[in-house]
Structures are given as C-alpha cells and as structure tokens.
Design a protein. Sequence first.
Length: 257
Amino acid sequence: MISMKILKHLGWRVRLGLLLVVIAAILYIINFVFFHDPHDLFFYLSIDTAFLPIEVLFVVLVIETAISEREKSILLEKLNMVIGTFFSEVGTELMQKVTKFDADTERIRQSLIITHEWTEKDFKSAASTIKEFDYSLEISDDQQSIEFLQDLKEFLKDKRDFLLRLLENPNLLEHETFTDLLRAVFHLTEELEKREDLSKLPPSDYMHLNGDVERVYGFLISEWIMYMEHLMNNYPYLFSLAMRVNPFDPHAKVEID
C-alpha cells in the first residue's frame, strides 16, 4: 500500500525505469530457469554491463544531439513566424516612414533592392553595408521633423498592444538580435508617448529622440535583411510579396504586371 503511494508520486521517467529494470530481472530469471547455466548467464550479464557506458554515450551524443537539433529547428521556425508577423504588422511600415524622412537612405537604397537573383554573398554584402552605414536622421524642431515624430508616435501607439504581446513570448529569448530590436522599438514608443507636445522640445531632447530612432532604424534594417534571406531560401511565395513591398524600392508595388 505504502509502495503504491510512493510510486504515484514518482515521475513517469522513474516509473518507466523501474519497470524496465523489473522486466530485465524477470527475463534473466526465466533464462536461468530454462537453461540452468549460471556461468553463461553471468558472463553475458557482465558483457552487457560492460557495454552499458558505450550505449549511454551513444544515446547522449547521437540521439540526444539529433533530438536537440530537431527541437532547435522547430524553435527557429516558430521565431521566424513571429518575426514575419512583426514585419507584417509593424516593421515594414515603420521602415517606410523612416526612409521617406531620411535623405541619406539614397546612399544605401541600391544595396537593399533585393531580387530573386540574390545569393548568400549578396545578403552578406548588404549586411556589411548596413553595418558600416552612418545613420544621421537630423531630427530637429523644423516642421518636417515634428510631423515625422508625430506620425511615428501615432503609429507606434496603435501598435503598442501588439508589441507587448511579442515581448511576452518566451521563445524570443533565443533570438538576441530580434529581442534587441523589439526593446528598441518599445523604448521609442514610450519616449514618444511621454511627450505631449512634440513641437515644443529643447534641442537636446530632439537629439535624444534622434538617437532612439536611429537605433531602431539600424536594428530594423539588419533584421529585415536576415528575414528576407530566410524567406528566399524557404518560402518563395512569401519572399515574392516581401520584394513587392520592399520599403527601399521606389518602384515596388504589390500588383504583379
């Protein structure tokens, strides 16, 4: 009675292990009853025991590695689905808003017009160009900057709940660069929401917001390049649409001619 209560509190792995040990003992007993040869029985038992560490090593290094790689692949696929949702809901439109405001985008535009002919080398080249690009949005108290900030504020405010739900996803901890992007976007959202009147800020405050937007812009483009490469290699139909809404291509359009 007591032993049954103890078994109920044990995990299923422990119960399974005990069951297998009992089955093995029964099989050895049956073997002894039928053949009455303790010498051979203990000989083969010792051989099996000697090979046990090798079997454990095989399970741990080979099977466990295969399972781990499988789980990692599944997790990465889930993360890319989350990233795709982000760009559909926020990322692509956010890049469009910044590229329209930033005159310096012309210097990198040609490096970001992705086509079907792109190779891994082209994506690496684009990533290198972005990494070396000197972001300088020059946000100030002029009318264009104020309208740009106000537009960003309204847009990100509408997407706040969506961004919060993404931040709550525990799987994102496995994707450091995308997590950095989300934090930067959410921080910019808070910075803009806290300022009631974006037209009456001191120069130092415009400079601070300028840095926040530049940080988001840099993370956005870098993550977008990696995501586009993933789509090209795995989902041609999604890649086709992503090219047709490329925020850096002035001739991009959704309709297919």
